[in-house]
Write a protein that binds this ligand. Structure first.
Ligand SMILES: Cc1cc2nc3c(=O)[nH]c(=O)nc-3n(C[C@H](O)[C@H](O)[C@H](O)COP(=O)(O)OP(=O)(O)OC[C@H]3O[C@@H](n4cnc5c(N)ncnc54)[C@H](O)[C@@H]3O)c2cc1C
Ligand code: SF4
Length: 478
């Protein structure tokens, strides 16, 4: 423990954000990098408690948080880095966009405020990059076995990093123009600037990993090709099949999937071409975002930056309590009202609202009709009931559907491999992340459903471990 009275001496200092007016004028990161002097004090707030819930309950990667906190407090950033990298593949991503379940499980938060773990993590890794400590780590030599990773999102990147370092040649295929998955084409730049993703991809290439972009596996190359040319395959294609709005008027012009909208803006920021005919832009529009989660909030921030006239976010679930709900006591991830930085930038929110129909003129969206819901507890299950007479209309010329994702899509790829899926359409894997097909593994959202970057990274690492064990066992059996 660095300073035994640290948690009494120093208050939690929240991350520093650029002013709303400044950040709405660009797509750059809204959060400033942490100030080094502040971070020493914040690290000193760690109590190094007997059972570090942050580490073994909160963080999906099992980051050894009290130990790196102590090294930061002592000023030994190199040791802190080595502790962090012993569990975390890409702290520069999680340090920026992880919702930090570790902080929800921090013992300091029982009666006070959690340690700013995410920011400490970000400071350690950014200092390491700035000091040139993040060098490629290629393996000393390579085995003669080759591994294909399909999907260059965080799960695929984490798997590729670990398998390559174990001495197996890795090729990462992705249908997109550039690697990164949702880190690059989903999550807006104002949360994660793409130079951070590019910096990591460069490092991975220098380590010996080959990236093959613009390859749609199942079409441009077949599953048979993969099985013939590689000794193991890891499928990390994400879960990108969007939930649709099944109401009259859904086909009117002006209703878009959130991901189509967000991907376009990320491409614009990166200078990638968007065909004019497919242009989706909120400039001057009255926008309704349907869906109250992270994707919805990213749509708000993007719409406001594009110059929307008005933004309203509708959520079907009831408004959560301001404080942690009794059903999610510490150290659980709390069910409570969350206000993202996009919410602080503008727009309004409504809860317990269901959209019933969309109306237009000459095929173009003009308004939507909604109804308010009453959520009833029926035998322990929350069931919505429409409130009679509560129907209302919203004038809108753009609706963004951000209601979550229903599965991995990629039906023909899954069928070609002969993969079993669970009742939610996710790829079935065993404890080593191997599918029902020998040598084919899966990880990330494709295997578990839409989740978080941190869980995708953990899952990718688990699949890498499965592949490494599988290949060494296969070699031993020869
Ligand atoms: C808008 C949005 C915002 C989010 N914000 C956050 C956040 O702030 N914090 C957080 O922790 N999580 C966030 N998430 C969730 C997080 O991004 C995902 O859980 C994570 O990216 C999943 O990683 P993955 O590697 O499994 O899949 P993905 O990131 O989806 O990557 C899958 C990759 O596979 C490729 N692919 C698919 N099929 C094929 C094929 N047949 N051939 C070749 N390539 C293929 C795709 O092109 C893609 O690059 C957000 C998600 C969305 C949609
Ligand atoms: S990855 Fe997320 S949960 Fe783990 S230490 Fe970092 S911020 Fe916390």
């Amino acid at each position: 423990m660095g300073k035994d009275t640290g948690f009494l001496d120093f208050e939690r200092q929240e991350p520093d954000y650029r002013s709303v007016s400044e950040r709405l004028s660009d797509y750059k990161a809204v959060e400033n990098l942490p100030d080094e002097e502040v971070i020493y004090d914040q690290a000193a707030r760690c109590m190094d408690c007997g059972i570090p819930f942050c580490h073994d309950y909160g963080c999906p990667l099992l980051n050894i948080i009290p130990e790196f906190n102590e090294q930061v407090y002592r000023g030994d950033w190199t040791e802190a880095l080595s502790i962090l990298l012993s569990t975390s593949s890409f702290p520069e991503f999680t340090g920026r966009i992880c919702p930090a379940p570790c902080e929800a499980a921090c013992v300091d938060s029982v009666n006070g405020d959690a340690v700013t773990i995410r920011q400490i993590e970000l400071s350690i890794i950014e200092k390491a990059f700035a000091k040139g400590l993040m060098k490629p780590q290629p393996p000393a030599s390579y085995h003669d076995k080759k591994v294909a990773v399909i999907g260059a999102g965080p799960a695929g990147l984490a798997a590729a990093l670990m398998v390559n370092r174990a001495g197996y040649r890795v090729t990462v295929f992705d249908e997109a123009e550039k690697p990164g998955g949702l880190l690059r084409y989903g999550i807006p730049d104002f949360k994660l600037e793409k130079s951070v993703v590019e910096r990591r991809i460069r490092l991975m290439e220098e380590e010996g990993i080959t990236f093959e972009p613009n390859v749609l596996v199942g079409k441009d190359i077949s599953t048979r090709y993969l099985m013939n040319h590689f000794d193991a395959v890891i499928l990390t294609c994400g879960a990108r099949k969007p939930r649709d709005l099944d109401v009259p008027g859904r086909n009117l012009t002006g209703i878009f999937y959130a991901m189509d909208f967000l991907t376009q803006q990320n491409k614009r920021v990166a200078g990638e071409a968007i065909p004019v005919a497919c242009n989706i832009n909120a400039s001057g529009k009255k926008v309704v975002v349907i869906g109250g989660g992270d994707t919805g909030s990213d749509c708000i921030g993007t719409s406001l930056r594009q110059g929307a006239k008005e933004v309203i976010q509708l959520e079907i679930l009831p408004k959560p309590p301001v404080e942690r709900a009794e059903t999610t006591p510490w150290p659980m991830w709390p069910m409570k009202l969350r206000e993202s930085h996009a919410h602080k930038e503008g727009g309004s929110r409504r809860w317990s609202v269901s959209t019933k129909s969309c109306f237009g003129e000459n095929g173009v969206l003009k308004k939507i009709r909604c109804v308010e819901l009453n959520w009833l507890n029926k035998d322990g299950r929350m069931v919505p009931e429409e409130i009679k007479g509560s129907e209302f209309e919203i004038e809108t010329d753009m609706v963004l559907l951000a209601m979550g994702f229903t599965g991995p899509g990629n039906e023909s790829l899954i069928a070609d491999f002969g993969l079993e899926t669970d009742n939610r359409g996710n790829i079935k894997v065993n404890e080593t992340m191997m599918t029902n097909v020998k040598g084919v593994f899966s990880a990330g959202d494709m295997a578990h459903g839409q989740s978080l970057v941190v869980t995708a990274i953990y899952s990718g690492k688990q699949a890498a471990k499965g592949v490494i064990d599988y290949l060494s066992m296969e070699a031993g059996n020869k």
